[in-house]
Design a protein around this ligand. Structure first.
Ligand code: CDP
Length: 211
């Protein structure tokens, strides 16, 4: 039976790391769906188009190919902000549904992480985990991540970003960030990477047995 793990959560909650590690553990393919929104924003920026051009954003989203993402460029703070803007446009989200569902429909299963995987993209996922952490913890993690990439970091600006993005992602009408009713919430504020992974693995194993 196919094994689909849906991981959702706010910015810098650690969902990407957990998704990657769960995928490696179970030998499943992994899709970081944030990259789709980041790549859509990136296409507009590269063409010199404004980020509120819905038509151009839909066209960019339709033209995405999973194999040619420049991850280093897409992970910047600028692209994260852009992703959050295009991600609030219902036609952009609609344009990306088939790509994500197609990925999740692989025979062995898949791990997908994002904001609306358990609620919209894969409502029948075998396991749903909603990963969260306090805004301060997430801003600290994001600051370390950006510094490691050589970006200049200003902690208060990053905390402000995290809060602004939480508000925009949770309050938008199209697929707002929220835990699915049948998701297990994992708060990683007080957990290190290993503890968070152990907790996620326990949730996944339990969910799989229950099916
Ligand atoms: O971890 P972080 O939120 O910085 O990055 P991300 O997961 O790559 O998401 C960037 C932005 O894309 C989010 O703030 C969301 O607005 C949007 N996004 C979305 O709307 N739906 C998804 N499934 C994934 C990302």
């Amino acid at each position: 039976m196919s094994f689909v793990i849906a991981i959702d959560g706010p910015a810098a909650s650690g969902k990407g790391t957990l998704a990657r590690r769960l995928a490696a553990h179970y030998g499943l393919p992994h899709l970081d769906t944030g990259l789709l929104y980041r790549a859509t924003a990136c296409a507009l920026i590269e063409e010199g188009l404004p980020l509120d051009d819905v038509e151009a954003a839909v066209e960019a989203a339709r033209g995405l190919s999973l194999t040619d993402f420049d991850e280093a460029r897409l992970r910047s703070r600028e692209m994260g902000e852009g992703a959050s803007l295009v991600g609030a446009m219902p036609p952009v989200r609609a344009a990306l549904i088939d790509l994500q569902r197609g990925f999740a429909a692989r025979p062995e299963g898949a791990v997908l992480d994002g904001r609306d995987i358990g609620t919209v993209i894969c409502p029948d996922a075998t396991v749903k985990i909603f990963v969260t952490a306090s805004a301060e913890t997430r801003a600290q993690r994001r600051a370390l991540e950006l510094a490691a990439r050589g970006e200049e970091v200003d902690f208060s600006a990053i905390l402000e970003d995290v809060r602004k993005r939480d508000a925009r992602d949770s309050e938008r009408s199209a697929a707002p960030l929220k835990a699915a009713a049948d998701a297990v919430t994992l708060d990683t504020s007080e957990l290190d990477r290993e503890q968070a992974f152990a907790a996620a693995l326990a949730i996944a194993a339990r969910g799989r047995r229950a099916r």
